[in-house]
Structure formats: C-alpha cells, structure tokens
Design a protein. Structure first.
Length: 400
C-alpha cells in the first residue's frame, strides 16, 4: 500500500483537558514533581511521560512533533525555534572537530554560510558537490566524513536529489543522509526513500501563514533522544526551543497542509506551463524539460503534485527587479523572501536568499542574475493571475 502522509496526520487524536477538540496548550516553563525521586528519575530519563523543563520538551511541542513524524513516516520528531535551529544542532550532533561533511552546493544561503564560514571555526569542514551526480558525491567522501547533506528540492535552483541513490551511498560508508525537505512537504517523503534525518523549516509551507519561524527534525527515537540529552544533546544545550504556544498554532495550520499543497502545486504547474509556452526560461520539477522530471515523478506522492516553487530567468537583475516591482504594484504577489504563503512571493535569489554565496560560485552553480524565484500562492483564479503577469512582462518588453 502506498504511503499516505496526510491520512497519518488526520488519524491522530488528542483532546483538550475539558474535551476540547484541540489539545490544551502547555503554558509552563517548568513542572512540579510529587516526589524528589521522580524528579531525579526524570533527569536520568527513567520516568516515562514526565516533563522536566520546556527547553527539553513540552506537551504542545510533543504533539506537533508527533504529527510531523507521522507525516514523514519517522519514529519521532523534535520541533525547534527555526529551520536553522533544526539544521545546526543536527550537524553538531553528528559532526565534531576534525569531521567532514559532503553537501550539495545548491542549498539555502543560510545553511551554505553556516557550512562555509562558521563550521570551519570548529574544524568541521565541508566539500560542496553537484548533488545530482551520485558518483561525484561518493568520490568526495573521506575517512572523516560523517554525513551527506542536501535539500530534496534545492533552494533556489530546484535541483532534485536522488534520495534512494544517496541513501545507498550513505549506508555503504556507514554515514548519515540528512535531507532538508522544506520545499516539498507531503509531496516527498525522504525517510521512506532512505534518508536518516529529515528537516523542515516550518516557517514555510507547513505553517503557511508567515506569522512565525519554526523548524523540525524527524528521525529515529534514538537520534531524537540523543539531540534531547541533558548531558550532550545539541537541541537541549544549544537551546533553539520552540515556544509551546507557537507549537499549538502551527499544529492547527498543519491540518490543512494537504489542501494547500495541492492548490500551490496546481497553480505552479499552470503558470510554469504557460511561461514555458511563452518562451520564458522556466524551471519547475513538473515540466518535462526539467532534467530530473522522470526521477521526481518516481519519487513523489502523486496526489500532491510537483510543489509550489518555480523559477524564471528574465536575463538581468535590473529586469528581474523591474518585473517584481510591477507585479507587486499590480497586487500579483509580494516582493519578499520566504515561501509557502497564500500570496505569491518572489525574490531574486542572487541578491537575497543566496547572497551569502560568492558571485563566482553562484555563476558556477548556474545561479544567474536574472533569476526570479516564485513561491506560487493559493490564487483561486490562476488564469487571471497568468493574464496579468503576462501583461506585466509585455509592458517591460520581457515578452513581445
Ligand atoms: N531550509 C530551506 C530550504 C530554507 O529555504 C530556509 C529558509 O529560507 C531554511 C532552511 C531556514 O529556515 P528558517 O528561516 O526557518 O530558519
């Protein structure tokens, strides 16, 4: 039977203290114990179901973690204060001084900056490779390598990682495969394809309302417990803890994720096909022209489509800026970083979310000046949106 991530979320049941249809929100930083022994046992991890202190865990955070673990098909999940607050503890838990990682070179700019500029201060070094070439990934592994890191659909170039292939390589070398699945929740289930750790920035599609940052780490019970260890757990000790009130609010938004992803995907596919027909250089994993279209089709949970992210290249940064300003003035979307909102968001990654990547490296990886990244919104009438975008492009002579 195929994996049904949305059913897995809906099958969960947690009632509030007074029979509420939403679980009660845990509004406490610390918890009382009826006996000193119980407190000691809890510290030692020997008292099931007892809470100690909310930086470690809290009921609301556990509910959200449980729902996202069900969605990703992992044993457990741990929610964090941001996507970066999920990514960095995972790296520190797996790698120490002298260790090495192999990472995709096309990843979110913040993650890239962390690996390139921050981790080397702690003598953790990274080789950046073309993730679409598994043989190149394998060749970069050294005796000190502890993990392969990639995004399932990369930010901003929308390159697709062959997760099953990468997982085979990771297993062969006894190292972990860590996948950031932020661009493709529900659409892709990396753990089902062999990833050891799946990360999301909840800030994006999963929360979907752009009212908070948040993150999550999905993995085995063993790995999540390591992250939470009071003695040497990177989540516990680095302290990127999500607030319980926020966890409860993200939980409510998560329940409509399946509807939103389907609409984002439907709209993005419509626009990508139209833009490509108009002669624009368009990248979308659902287009046959995408180099990994076949691979992506084989990997996805079909009913959720190809996702809401696409790029076009309009030739120069000036043209890209003009177009984005004009589209914003016509209320077709917002000139803003981030993604997964009800409204379309657009930005030029070379000068925004990927600006941490030096210019010559941007060129090498194919990140051109005129690239615009779109996170397509939930527009009810996408045909009208297309017509209006087309008018903007004609007005600026991007299209004749
Ligand atoms: N991963 C990806 C793919 C992202 O696009 C981002 C943010 O843009 C992050 C991680 C970081 O997430 P956050 O901003 O929630 O820390």
């Amino acid at each position: 039977m195929s994996f049904k991530p949305a059913n897995n979320i809906q099958d969960l049941q947690h009632f509030g203290e007074f029979g509420g249809v939403n679980p009660s929100i845990s509004d406490s930083a610390t918890y009382t114990f009826l006996s000193a022994k119980k407190m000691f046992d809890t510290f030692e991890g020997k008292a099931e179901g007892c809470y100690l202190y909310s930086r470690h865990s809290s009921p609301s955070n556990l509910y959200l973690g449980e729902a996202i673990a069900a969605m990703e098909g992992t044993e457990m999940a741990h929610v964090t204060a941001s996507g970066m607050g999920a990514i960095t503890p995972v790296m520190f838990q797996i790698c120490g001084a002298g260790d090495h990682m192999v990472s995709s070179r096309t990843i979110y700019g913040g993650t890239y900056a962390f690996l390139k500029n921050f981790a080397p201060r702690l003598n953790i070094n990274t080789s950046f490779v073309d993730i679409t070439k598994p043989e190149v990934v394998e060749a970069a592994i050294t005796k000190n390598t502890k993990m392969i890191y990639c995004e399932s659909v990369s930010n901003p170039l929308l390159e697709i990682a062959n997760i099953a292939e990468l997982s085979k390589i990771a297993k062969k070398h006894h190292i972990k495969l860590v996948v950031d699945n932020t661009f493709s929740p529900l659409t892709l289930s990396p753990a089902k394809l062999g990833a050891d750790v799946v990360i999301h920035s909840l800030t994006k599609f999963i929360n979907g309302t752009n009212d908070t940052v948040g993150g999550v780490i999905c993995s085995t019970t063993e790995f999540i417990n390591q992250l939470r260890s009071v003695n040497d757990g990177a989540c516990m000790l680095l302290g990127s803890t999500m607030d319980s009130l926020r966890a409860a609010s993200i939980m409510k938004n998560l329940r409509t994720l399946h509807l939103r992803v389907k609409q984002h995907s439907k709209n993005a596919k419509y626009l990508a096909e139209k833009f490509e027909q108009d002669g624009l250089k368009t990248v979308y994993p659902g287009l046959e022209s995408h180099p990994s279209n076949d691979l992506y089709k084989r990997m996805i949970n079909d009913e959720f489509g190809f996702g809401g992210m696409m790029t076009i290249d309009v030739g120069s940064l000036d043209k890209a800026n003009e177009l984005m300003e004009l589209m914003q003035n016509n209320n077709l979307g917002y000139l803003a970083v981030s993604l997964g909102f009800y409204k379309t968001l657009f930005s030029a990654p070379g000068s925004s979310t990927s600006s941490e990547i030096p210019e010559e490296e941007q060129k090498e990886m194919g990140l051109s000046d005129g690239l615009i990244r779109f996170s397509i919104g939930l527009d009810d009438d996408i045909e009208r949106t297309y017509q209006m975008m087309n008018q903007c492009m004609k007005q600026l002579h991007i299209l004749s």
